[in-house]
Design a protein around this ligand. Structure first.
Ligand code: PLP
Length: 356
């Protein structure tokens, strides 16, 4: 089955994954569900690189961005901003009535660990949490989460590190424990190549301890309720069970068929071939050293992004449009999830033809 769908989420879903979703309904307090859920949370630990807690929530990634902030912060947070999705952290923080500061870099650049260190050292304010976006989908920039988290750990050890890995997880390596992260989350319609509808997350012991001190954590997204229910092999409220079937199958395929190492290698190769084969007719808008393995934002040289998209559409291929500030000037190619190098190359053959 070939893929002709190259938007940076939702991504193409393999037919065998879709058919997993037609499994029989089971109760979410049943022994069958307990087995399904326990298998998933165990596999998620391997994916996140953690021995701490992993959970699944029935909502898209934005719900869990909000939940991460609600469970972690009561007063003040710092948001690192490098595009539209990292800006979303800031807007959510403001919507919750938190005092939110930001450090911001121009679109196309990655957040500098030095700038973060300077900010934390020079500011007298104490932050409950620092918010980071692993892979900025609007620009195709990957931030050095390991370095950013190290800065926070060194400068302000009790500040939690909250990471949006929505367009990273499953395509770009995450090492939750080694990097010292506190909450890391991803909706599943990107690097995990499932239909949208659920979000996976890892939560540190330090983050759970913080949640205990937050008096009003809400009800649906209470991390302590996630933890209590997970102890019984379940979730607080009725989950999207079809997604859980698909996730279990996909995690098994990723970890035991393809393997994480091969998956990350494939994603790096997809980035490289995309950049190389578009260079004669489009400019990569992103700092090459931080160019994402999962999405490329490209500014065409001779045609408008819209012309590219509609000409590709006529030839049966869907590519992504620009986003936010770069909406008019770029198109984006999503090269993540279960897309093969062969499928990507076939699309790039046609894109080259259009670009000529
Ligand atoms: N964060 C990033 C980096 C994203 O790319 C997206 C969606 O594209 C989101 C957050 C929002 O996720 P969702 O649409 O699953 O709520």
């Amino acid at each position: 089955m070939t893929c002709k769908f190259f938007v940076p989420g939702p991504t193409w879903v393999r037919p065998e994954i879709l058919s997993e979703m037609t499994g029989p309904m089971i109760g979410h307090r049943s022994a069958e569900f307990r087995e399904l859920f326990t298998g998933i949370t165990t596999d998620l630990k391997s994916l996140f690189g953690t021995a701490q807690d992993t959970f699944v929530a029935t909502c898209s990634g934005t719900g869990m961005l909000e939940a991460a902030l609600i469970n972690s912060a009561t007063r003040r947070v710092l948001v690192t901003v490098c595009g539209a999705f990292s800006e979303r952290w800031f807007r959510i923080a403001q919507s919750l009535g938190l005092e939110a500061d930001k450090i911001e870099v121009p679109w196309g650049e990655a957040v500098s660990p030095d700038a973060l260190a300077n900010h934390l050292m020079s500011r007298r304010a104490h932050y409950d949490a620092v918010c980071v976006t692993h892979n900025e989908t609007s620009t195709g920039v990957t931030n050095d989460v390991a370095a950013l988290a190290r800065v926070v750990r060194d400068e302000s050890p009790d500040t939690l590190v909250l990471v949006d890995a929505v367009s990273a997880l499953g395509g770009i390596e995450v090492r939750f424990d080694e990097w010292g992260l506190d909450v890391c989350l991803a909706s599943v319609q990107k690097g995990l190549a499932l239909p949208p509808g659920i979000t996976v997350l890892a939560v540190s012991a330090q983050a759970l301890a913080r949640a205990k001190k937050v008096p009003y954590r809400g009800f649906y997204f209470d991390f302590l309720s996630f933890k209590k229910n997970a102890g019984e092999g379940s979730v607080p409220a009725t989950p999207s069970i079809p997604h859980f079937y698909a996730l279990a199958r996909q995690l098994g395929d990723i970890l035991r068929k393809e393997t994480l190492e091969a998956r990350y290698r494939r994603h790096r190769a997809m980035r490289d071939v995309t950049i190389e084969r578009t260079s004669s007719f489009a400019r990569l808008r992103t700092d090459r050293d931080h160019a994402s393995n999962t999405v490329s934002a490209l500014e065409p040289l001779h045609k408008t992004p819209e012309e590219f998209r509609s000409e590709m559409k006529k030839r049966g291929f869907t590519i992504g449009g620009g986003y936010g500030d770069w909406k008019e000037s770029t198109f984006r190619i999503g090269h993540m999830g279960d897309i093969t190098l062969a499928d990507l190359s076939a699309m790039l053959d046609v894109l080259e033809e259009v670009g000529r």
